[in-house]
Design a binder for this molecule. Structure first.
Ligand code: PTJ
Length: 243
């Protein structure tokens, strides 16, 4: 039992939830270690949305709205942490949702699909094909989903698929708490924020941005500069941590 007055209550509750999801076969065991890495970066960030991330989230919403075939790619961690927020973002952006896993088994795909559907997400289904030039199973995707998407949102990605998608000419939006990860560096647009903070806000921006704002945001961003700003914000927080 985690006492509600524990200073790390939320974090401990999330860990307990993820451990349960791992026991149920939704999260991979490796997903637990990936979460730990994310927590460490979030500690440095201050567990809040930085200014640079807010701008990236607005820009991501603009790119999703302007996309012809937007797809949200969902793995075990994202489904376990944010199934409800994916439903909201899907509603607001009209994006398709596809389950794409690094540690892929058909049983996990089924379980994650069921969890998403329980939260109101419409999940693409079909015969996955090896459409990306990768030797692992993230290469497996749906021709009518990630295969033909122009914009792909990839929360908690591993870097080589991100690079492969960019090489195919797709706009890739990553959500990653580590601004130095290969994914962060290779994505077209990177949101350095925690997935449960980023997704709901993106949904709201999809609803609230004006046509003019969407045009300005979608044409005027520079991912390297956004990453530099994120690193500057983290550094400045650390500089004052013991003041
Ligand atoms: O469900 P599967 O089989 O597809 O596997 C998913 C994982 C996450 C295990 C797989 O994609 C993986 O190994 O990812 P990596 O290479 O560990 O990268 C995950 C990145 O996400 C790391 O840079 C973490 O810092 C970051 N991260 C972890 N938790 C969060 C996060 N970013 C945003 N929000 C989080 N909650």
């Amino acid at each position: 039992m985690i006492p509600q007055d524990h200073p790390r209550y939320r974090s401990l509750m999330v860990r307990e939830h993820l451990a349960r999801c791992a026991a149920e076969g939704i999260l991979s065991l490796e997903g637990l270690t990936a979460h730990g890495r994310g927590e460490a970066f979030d500690y440095l960030i201050g567990e809040r949305t930085m200014e640079s991330a807010l701008l990236a989230e607005k820009t991501a919403a603009a790119l999703l709205i302007l996309a012809r075939r937007p797809v949200i790619s969902v793995n075990g961690n994202t489904a376990a942490l944010a199934a409800g927020s994916i439903a909201l973002l899907q509603n607001a952006s009209n994006a398709a949702v596809e389950v794409n896993l690094f540690h892929r088994t058909e049983e996990r795909v089924r379980k994650i699909t069921a969890l998403l559907e329980d939260h109101g997400v419409q999940v693409l289904k079909g015969e996955a094909e090896r459409l990306l030039p990768l030797t692992h199973d993230r290469a497996l995707c749906l021709p009518g989903g990630i295969g033909s998407a122009d914009v792909v949102l990839v929360p908690l990605e591993d870097g080589d698929r991100c690079q492969a998608l960019v090489n195919m000419g797709k706009t890739v939006i990553a959500i990653d708490l580590n601004p130095l990860s290969r994914t962060a560096m290779t994505a077209t647009l990177t949101i350095v924020d925690e997935v449960t903070r980023a997704l709901p806000r993106m949904g709201r921006f999809c609803r609230d941005l004006t046509k003019e704002e969407i045009q300005v945001l979608a044409t005027g961003y520079d991912n390297r500069e956004l990453l530099r700003s994120a690193i500057r914000e983290i550094r400045s927080r650390l500089d004052h941590a013991l003041d």
